[in-house]
Design a protein around this ligand. Structure first.
Ligand code: 5GP
Length: 120
């Protein structure tokens, strides 16, 4: 993709669009999803606007690993480290709507409730 228009998530990272920012570092940001599909629904977003997971290159391996690590850390901070799910939608047909890679971290607030398919 050669489109240089900032993605929605880049605009959030740049503070052009408000969001509830839960964590950020030099490689990524974590926000609450605007339309949560579970009691805890966070998005872990790399600063680098990789459109889809399949667009990541070998150079991106470190940041991909970092995103996974951060997902675990924010799950721990949210108190849901005993029960959460990570979801990556890759491509419109898989439900991807924002073409800036992100991990969905989904959990029930107390970490004990089971998910239903409808929540995902
Ligand atoms: P996707 O469908 O691409 O896997 O996930 C995109 C997610 O971004 C959706 O869960 C959607 O609710 C969330 N989202 C879309 N626009 C905004 C926004 O402006 N702010 C926040 N915090 N989340 C958003």
């Amino acid at each position: 993709m050669t489109d240089s228009t900032p993605t929605l998530f880049t605009r959030i990272i740049n503070r052009d669009i408000p969001a509830q920012i839960l964590y950020e570092d030099d490689q990524c940001i974590v926000i609450n999803d605007i339309a949560p599909q579970a009691p805890v629904h966070m998005l872990v977003i790399p600063r680098k606007p990789i459109p889809r997971l399949v667009d990541a290159t070998a150079e991106d391996k470190a940041v991909l690993g970092h995103l996974m690590w951060v997902a675990g850390e924010v799950a721990r901070t949210a108190g849901v480290d005993e029960a959460f799910r990570l979801v990556v939608n890759n491509g419109a047909d898989a439900g991807q709507t924002v073409f800036h890679l992100h991990l969905h971290v989904l959990a029930s607030k107390d970490g004990t409730q089971q998910f239903t398919e409808a929540q995902l």
